[in-house]
Design a protein around this ligand. Structure first.
Ligand code: NAP
Length: 335
């Protein structure tokens, strides 16, 4: 089969197409999926640069894929050949508390991922996808969507009438916007681009703030909430934006600490106790959360925001598009 392999830590130069890799065969409790589409996450840029200590080389990259079950191993009862499924980011977190070794079982890092014609998954590492979604759309769900769902819904328990600040218009953020709106929340959305903010408005964002032209976006949110601040912040910027997020959140509000897009910065821990802020780390989510999310996506007929779909032979173009930061929502590779 054809499969991309990350061979070293030289970035895109270390990503190679192997046209003659052996097709996987399923062992006990495993399935093989004919991958039809895969989606990029910010993490995948780190994998090709060796940013994670747990990567094995060579590894088939990307955690997020969708396709049809092509073969099932002994002991598999929940899938049959032909089922439309997506991968789960962690191959071993079905429910409850996140296991200590979860990252070691994450696809496209320590375990071969999905940027290939066939992928070997645990049966507990795959899930049926909503009928109304194409494979390209379903491939966007395993990491970005589930992270946003875990933060806002499972952990954050967002309620109608509450307010949330969502930073940027990448994959996690666009799903955050959609999930916040179906729960009836009021969304403050920030971006570096007015054009992207217009798209966020068309998806339901209530207030759009350009963090380039309004660098004190936290003050703007405070002004627009009568000085109170928002109930929730979907924090993808990390240290570089956390202090502003702590300014923008209300007393006793919640910040979901997800990403590190904004580089270094400083944090004053006094504000955390003075404002009784809940700083909640989020690490993707479990398969049970994925099932809950899929039910909501199916009920509301949600469609992921897809920036662009690249051909399999142009996978490096997809990585380059993400590196540019010009994208809105998810970048997909058709397989
Ligand atoms: N903890 C977890 O489980 C988990 C899961 C998924 C992702 N993540 C992390 O979450 C972050 C987002 O991931 P992603 O896959 O959604 O990335 P992505 O799709 O590549 O999104 C990048 C977007 O983030 C926005 N951004 C960049 N710098 C920013 C800043 N200083 N302030 C606000 N927004 C900024 C930009 O949007 P605009 O152009 O609109 O400004 C940019 O296009 C990454 O750090 C990733 O590693 C963590």
């Amino acid at each position: 089969m054809k499969a991309y392999e990350v061979c070293d830590t030289k970035g895109l130069d270390g990503l190679a197409l192997n046209k003659d890799r052996a097709e996987p065969t399923p062992g006990h409790g495993q399935i093989v999926v004919r991958i039809r589409a895969a989606a990029l996450n910010y993490r995948d840029q780190g994998v090709i640069k060796g940013a994670y200590g747990y990567t094995k080389f060579p590894v088939i990259p990307l955690s997020d894929g969708a396709g049809e079950v092509a073969a099932i191993g002994p002991g598999v009862t929940q899938f049959k050949v032909g089922d439309r499924v997506a991968s789960t980011f962690f191959q071993g977190w079905t429910g409850g508390r996140i296991p200590a070794n979860a990252s070691k079982n994450s696809l496209g890092g320590m375990v071969d991922g999905v940027l290939a014609e066939y992928a070997l998954l645990n049966d507990i590492g795959a899930i049926k996808i909503p009928d109304h979604l194409s494979f390209e759309e379903a491939a966007t769900l395993p990491c970005a969507a589930l992270t946003a769902w875990n933060a806002i819904v499972t952990t954050g328990q967002i309620k109608a009438g509450e307010t949330i600040a969502i930073l940027g218009t990448g994959g996690v953020a666009c799903f955050g916007l959609q999930f916040a709106k179906i729960h009836g929340a009021f969304v403050f959305h920030t971006s570096s681009s007015d054009e992207k903010l217009a798209r966020a408005r068309s998806m339901g964002a209530d207030v759009a703030v350009n963090y380039r032209t309004t660098p004190d976006w936290d003050q703007e949110i405070l002004k627009q909430t009568g000085g109170d601040g928002v109930d929730h912040v979907l924090e993808v910027g990390g240290a570089g934006t956390l202090e502003k997020s702590m300014n923008a959140v209300r007393q006793g509000g919640s910040i979901y600490v997800i990403g590190a897009l904004a580089g270094p910065g400083s944090i004053n821990p006094r504000m955390i106790n003075r404002k009784s802020i809940r700083l909640q780390g989020i690490h993707v989510g479990s398969r049970d959360m994925f099932a809950d999310m899929n039910r909501a996506i199916a009920l509301h007929k949600l469609r992921p925001a897809i920036d662009q779909v690249f051909g399999f032979d142009d996978a490096k173009g997809a990585y380059t598009r993400q590196q540019s930061g010009a994208h809105f929502g998810k970048i997909v590779i058709a397989v």
